[in-house]
Design a protein around this ligand. Structure first.
Ligand code: NAD
Ligand code: UDP
Length: 341
């Protein structure tokens, strides 16, 4: 029997999970992915193995399948769970709220119930800055949560509250909630990246598709916000910095348990849409045609993190700058013009 610690990664074939799997494997953990591949491909798991030269086993399945989860916990000696499984398209969540609550809330409750039954109580949860709603910036972890604008955002807040209730009911739980700001870009070797199906909703993959000639031009959603140049400002964070934040959070839980903690994972700096376009153009030499269109309903003008709690407690700080984010974004798209196909 291995003395390595096995981390279960539901949703580990997806964008954030696959990068985190690399970081965990490189840090000496073992991983087991469970994924229904509704928004990912087995190819990402093969690539994880190529990058790390370690095994990345997986089970095809759904976190709502209790029988399957029980079997997995029976068969494997799981040490901790980092859940990435979920649906994440804000617009779609307004059209299909039940699918979002079913997957993101019921799915996670099911996972937590099985963990409780099997006495595995270390859990890292992918939350989002969307839980802050329309609050003063920068957001600290003490900024009161607001009412997220979309059903997607509300699924995140519901789970955060459920996790808090769970910890209050049983202090043996060891829980980290990570509130991501805007993860973008790709691992530096270009083998993993964001691979959205269809037309991307988010800025960075949209720009990348325009650069690759797959989309004609970027629509900039509004230039009349009270920001540096009128376009929306966000805290973009390199996916590898984000993935490393997960490792640090897991290490923290190991050394400070039991625990219930929330950390922002952001850089602390905001960039406007046009600043991102210019940074991409400068890094790649490719011009991104764009037109200004109406604001996207539900968008906030500007938000970014105060990441100092993570720096203080996790000894973690985002290291990669906006130029590295643009370079690695393009490197992945250039090398994988059709995603993982
Ligand atoms: P992703 O879609 O790339 O990855 C999610 C993975 O979960 C996919 O591989 C998908 O096939 C799988 N999956 C979905 N439903 C499942 C189910 N019921 N059972 C098993 N597998 C299932 O998304 P991502 O960007 O890697 O996001 C991971 C998590 O982080 C999500 O919970 C998302 O809400 C959260 N998050 C993402 C962002 C972002 O900008 N990407 C920001 C904040 C929070
Ligand atoms: N955005 C844009 N055009 C797009 C996609 C996004 O102008 O095609 C803007 C959006 O209005 C916001 C910023 O880019 O100001 C980041 O949007 P994204 O959807 O990537 O992240 P989120 O809004 O979820 O923070």
């Amino acid at each position: 029997m291995s003395d390595k610690k096995l981390v279960l990664l539901p949703g580990g074939a997806g964008y954030i999970g696959s990068h985190t799997a690399v970081v965990l494997l490189q840090a000496g953990y073992e991983v087991l992915v469970v994924d229904n591949f509704s928004n990912s491909s087995e190819i990402s798991l093969q690539r994880i193995e190529n990058i790390t030269e370690k095994k990345c086993p997986y089970v095809r399945g759904d976190i709502r399948d209790r029988k399957l989860l029980l079997e997995i916990f029976q068969q494997y000696d799981i040490y901790a769970v980092m859940n990435f499984a979920g649906l994440k398209a804000v617009g779609e969540s307004c059209k299909k709220p039940l699918s979002y609550y079913n997957c993101n809330v019921f799915g996670v409750i099911n996972l937590l119930e099985v963990m409780q039954e099997r006495n595995v109580k270390t859990f890292v949860f992918s939350s989002s800055a969307t839980v802050y709603g329309d609050a003063p910036i920068p957001y600290t972890e003490n900024t009161p949560t607001g009412i997220p604008i979309s059903p997607y955002g509300r699924t995140k807040l519901h789970i955060e509250q459920i996790l808090s209730d769970l910890y209050n009911s049983d202090n043996a739980w060891n829980i980290a909630i990570l509130r991501y700001f805007n993860p973008i870009s790709a691992i530096e070797n270009g083998l993993l990246g964001e691979n959205p199906q269809g037309i991307p909703n988010n800025l960075a993959p949209y720009i990348a598709k325009v650069a690759a000639g797959k989309l004609k031009e970027l629509a900039v959603f509004g230039n009349d916000y009270p920001t540096v140049d009128g376009t929306g400002v966000r805290d973009y964070i390199h996916i590898m910095d984000l993935a490393e934040g997960h490792l640090r959070a897991l290490n923290y839980l190991e050394n400070n348990h039991p625990n219930f903690n929330i950390w922002n994972l952001g850089t602390g700096s905001g960039y406007s849409v046009l600043e991102i376009v210019r940074a991409f153009e400068k890094e790649t030499g490719i011009t991104i045609p764009y037109k200004i269109t109406a604001r996207r309903p539900g968008d906030l003008p500007e938000f970014y993190a105060d990441p100092s709690k993570a720096e203080r407690e996790l000894n973690w700080k985002a290291k990669r700058d906006i130029n590295a984010m643009m370079r690695d974004l393009w490197n992945f798209i250039k090398n994988n013009p059709n995603g993982y196909e």
